[in-house]
Design a protein around this ligand. Structure first.
Ligand code: PMP
Length: 287
């Protein structure tokens, strides 16, 4: 049996889960989304994800046609219909059907789509071994052009960098901002550890403010580690003791090689391991 997909208040079979070709989300990437996880039947950091969705929508002058309580109920309903307790949840709000012009005022009915699926994770051994990544030549879009804090349905900037990573045999790629500072990866935030300090680029570097990033900063502080958000260069990453990525799908994963340079010991470092353990405990504890 296929998946049940939520579209505008109805649960439909995946074969029938269709959006108009005149929806501006299809024509122009005009929409916003969230990627969320559920562990053991509980949606992880739901409030934070919904807040970010509404903020993204406000930033593009899109009115989400449902309240956050209604969205939360719809997510639960969709998970139940698919008999899922551990799930990856994709929540999309489109601009809606308009004409072939850009004018969003002609799109009167935004659509809400919820897809819940079981998640395909990186294999376990990759978490032990760590990832190799490269720096993409494609810069992250400057915040003045399109703020990366907006989680919009236009991910071409990230996809172009992802293609560069894949061409180099890597599943992730580091994106620098227009000033040459480290921003983030194509679908993950980035951290490094130097002399026991946990460092990550600040929001002003032009990044998506990751929810896992916030959780990990809290975890690190709770472990007694010093955490700082500060501009990072590639030199900082190359010379770091540890580098790791954070994201809803990947959770926390070590990076052991960047642009052909071995990072630290070339294996998952102690701090990364500790944070990964802390994160696992957090999700197992249902918070
Ligand atoms: N940066 C980008 C560009 C992303 O797409 C994601 C995944 N949503 C992240 C960072 C990580 O954010 P989060 O921890 O909220 O999943």
């Amino acid at each position: 049996m296929g998946l049940k997909i939520y579209i505008d208040g109805k649960l439909v079979d995946e074969e029938d889960a269709k959006i108009s070709v005149f929806d501006h989300c299809f024509l122009y990437g005009d929409g916003v989304f969230e990627g969320i996880r559920a562990y053991g039947g509980k949606v992880f950091r739901l409030e934070e994800h919904l807040d970010r969705l509404y903020d993204s929508a406000r930033a593009i002058a899109l009115t989400v046609p449902m309240s956050s309580d209604e969205l939360a109920r719809a997510i639960e309903e969709t998970m139940r219909a698919n008999d899922l307790t551990d799930a990856y949840i994709r929540l999309v709000v489109t601009r809606g059907v308009g004409d072939l012009g850009l004018d969003p005022r002609k799109c009167l009915d935004p659509s809400v789509v919820i897809i819940t699926a079981s998640i395909e994770l990186y294999p376990d051994e990759l978490y032990e071994k760590g990832l190799e990544v490269v720096t993409a030549a494609t810069a992250r879009i400057p915040p003045e052009a399109l703020n990366p804090r907006i989680k919009s349905c236009n991910y071409l900037n990230n996809i172009l960098a992802k293609i560069e990573g894949l061409n180099a045999g890597c599943v992730e790629a580091i994106m620098l901002n227009h000033l040459g500072y480290v921003a983030e990866c194509t679908g993950d935030n980035i951290f490094c550890v130097k002399d026991g300090r946990v460092l990550t680029p600040p929001e002003e570097a032009g990044i998506l403010k990751g929810i896992t990033r916030d959780v990990v900063m809290d975890l690190a502080r709770a472990e007694g580690l010093e955490v700082a958000e500060r501009p990072l260069t590639r030199y900082d990453l190359y010379s770091a003791d540890e580098v790791f990525l954070t994201g809803t799908a990947a959770e926390i994963i070590a990076v052991v090689k960047i642009d052909g340079r071995t990072i630290g010991s070339g294996k998952e470092g102690m701090v990364t391991r500790k944070l990964r353990k802390g994160f696992k405990e957090l999700i197992a504890g249902g918070s």
